[in-house]
Ligand binder design. Sequence first.
Ligand code: RAM
Length: 362
Amino acid sequence: MSSFLTGRRLRGGLTGVAVAALVLTTAACGGTTRGEEESSGSGTDGAAASADPNAEIPSGLAVAFLPKQVNNPYFDVAAAGADAAVSEIEGEFTQTGPSEASASSQVSYINTLTQQGSDVILTSANDPNAICSALDQARSAGAAVVTFDSDTSPDCRDLFVNQATAEGIAQSQVDIMAEQIGGAGQVAILSATANATNQNAWIELMEQYAAEQYPEMEIVATVYGDDEDEKSFQETQGLLQTYPELEGIISPTTVGIAAAARYLSGSEYKGRVALTGLGTPNQLREYVEDGTVQAFALWNPEELGYLAAHAGAALAAGRITGQEGETFEAGELGEYTIGADGVVVLGEPTVFTADNIGEFDF
Ligand code: RAM
């Protein structure tokens, strides 16, 4: 678990120091962050069983981690965090999932987990609705379902562990871009898959925020690299050919931004076309060092997986039921409170630049 501890220490060391000016505001968005006052219950769903905060977490809980796709470095780090949490509660951790992040690709994996009697399913949804009936069956069979990273419709899961508020994530990327291009000019978005709940929420909010705050910034296109490296690379190339006046690209996906950075870095556009978005420090380090990327953002995916697994265990034990205002302990991360619509917010993302990227290793 040393990488988990390392990641936390590094992040903690920076909070409020060098990156303070760039750390994002996180406007309220249906979630409550650790440390906030406990809010009163919504009272809209009185049917749920009452929680017993002192209930024992049964040992041997079967906790399954089902990312949008396997072999995505971002989800590998999140899986390590979930695995660490499952070890702490003496459960059994498994990871399974599709190699392609398409809308319904997760359904057969959920069905298998249901047949195997999983106690907890942690999943990042490729589509808000496509996996709902499979998740309904899993829940009917007794599984607690926690979405993290990318939600389903709220009625398809017990909790959503959100990495940060959608507003905070969207605004940070637009602000970083605006700073680099003087607040004006053509900008394109390179997304992941077209149905991804998280991507689409962020894109909509980025468009709104840019229109309000930077009227001279024009978002000219959104293209989809499907969280595939090669497709993302080609879509970047296509954007630059189609929009010769392009000033910048925002890619809110770790796969997309890494592929776009690689393309820009080997092209005539390096240093001329700005690139920001959401990426892992380890994937983007060389592009920060060679001047292709000045600043980008992300949360700690390991903490996200760790929090999701602790939330799942608390649900499975009956310590919480998913109602607004309930609290639970998430191991080393401390206490969290469930916000409106069953959303728990990890915290604030961090902005990485040449000044601080050396201090992060994930
Ligand atoms: C990709 C996925 C994921 C997103 C990160 C930032 O790995 O699209 O859902 O949260 O990027």
